[in-house]
Design a protein around this ligand. Structure first.
Ligand SMILES: NC(=O)c1ccc[n+]([C@@H]2O[C@H](COP(=O)([O-])OP(=O)(O)OC[C@H]3O[C@@H](n4cnc5c(N)ncnc54)[C@H](OP(=O)(O)O)[C@@H]3O)[C@@H](O)[C@H]2O)c1
Length: 272
């Protein structure tokens, strides 16, 4: 299981209309994959599909925070006997701000999209991914390696994704299914327009480089991979001290007053 040829394979990318998902779509199209792209914004999906022609691209406009959304995506993607070889669970968002100042529906939305839809889609698609000997790429985050004060729910969703992916990797390895948690650090995408620039940390990576690493790790059947040497070091160091120390350092770095002399936390303002 040391290589994987995407040519002629069907890959479903959630959040495939912009940012890291768009970079996945562009790279996979160049590798000869057929695409199914899922996001809420229909126009952006259609524009990207047109741009990627002659690559076959199906688009599914769907809000993954809604109950039953994963089932609707599964049914749309598999109508007329179609199958998916690789699932890229990439859609996700963050809200930055003191816990009590972020609206409850925004907290809940992060759990529904980043975790709920991801688990449901994985459960629905796994039987065919196994038949096709394909796999799943979960876009987790370096936020999954330690608690993230002021983005507590987001960090917890990504810790879930990391743990879930590594467990499935071990379960499904003998069955010929790859499962990867791709963990980017701050990456230059529209993500921060929603999360707030205060959520950004360090130099932002290019989405294309994150995707290159993810596809290489998927081919090698890695369980998880962290983008960036600095991020790998931070994740390692956080294991060498107590969890309280990590949380305290993280709180100091993430506290609104420490962030950029910043703007208001976007998460505290937005809804849904
Ligand atoms: N950028 C970073 O610094 C960074 C770092 C670590 C991890 N990540 C993770 O990487 C993944 C992609 O992030 P990104 O930076 O590419 O974000 P992005 O630029 O904001 O793109 C997010 C994508 O997800 C879609 N999406 C968002 N909410 C959705 C919903 N409710 N239902 C369906 N689709 C939805 C968006 O399209 P619509 O808005 O049209 O729905 C868009 O296509 C996320 O899981 C994020 O947590 C990002």
């Amino acid at each position: 299981m040391n290589d994987y040829d995407f040519s002629g394979k069907t890959v479903l990318v959630t959040g495939g209309s912009m940012g890291i998902g768009e970079a996945f779509a562009r790279r996979l199209a160049a590798l000869g994959a057929h695409l199914v792209l899922v996001a809420r914004g229909e126009e952006r999906l259609a524009a990207l599909a047109a741009e990627l022609a002659p690559t076959p691209v199906d688009t599914i406009a769907c809000d993954l925070s809604e109950p039953g959304a994963a089932r609707r995506v599964f049914e749309a993607a598999t109508r007329d006997g179609r199958t998916v070889d690789v699932l890229v669970n990439n859609a996700g968002f963050a809200a930055y701000g003191p816990f009590d100042q972020v609206a409850l529906d925004v907290h809940r939305g992060q759990i529904d999209v980043n975790v709920g839809a991801l688990v449901e889609l994985t459960h629905l698609f796994l039987p065919q991914l196994e038949r096709r000997q394909g796999g799943v790429i979960h876009v987790a985050s370096t936020a999954g390696f330690q608690p993230v004060p002021y983005m507590a729910v987001y960090g917890a969703t990504k810790a879930f994704v990391l743990s879930f992916s590594e467990a499935l990797w071990a379960e499904y390895r003998p069955r010929g299914v790859r499962v990867l948690a791709l963990c980017p650090g701050a990456t230059d995408t529209p993500f921060f327009a929603r999360a707030g620039e205060a959520a950004a940390f360090g130099t932002k990576a290019r989405a294309e480089d994150v995707v290159t690493l993810g596809l290489r790790a998927f081919r090698k059947n890695r369980a998880s991979v962290i983008h960036g040497a600095g991020n790998r070091l931070t994740a390692m160091l956080s294991r060498l001290v107590t969890r309280e120390v990590t949380a305290k350092i993280s709180a100091r770095l993430m506290a609104p007053k420490a962030r950029l002399g910043t703007t208001k936390p976007a998460g505290a303002l937005q809804r849904g």
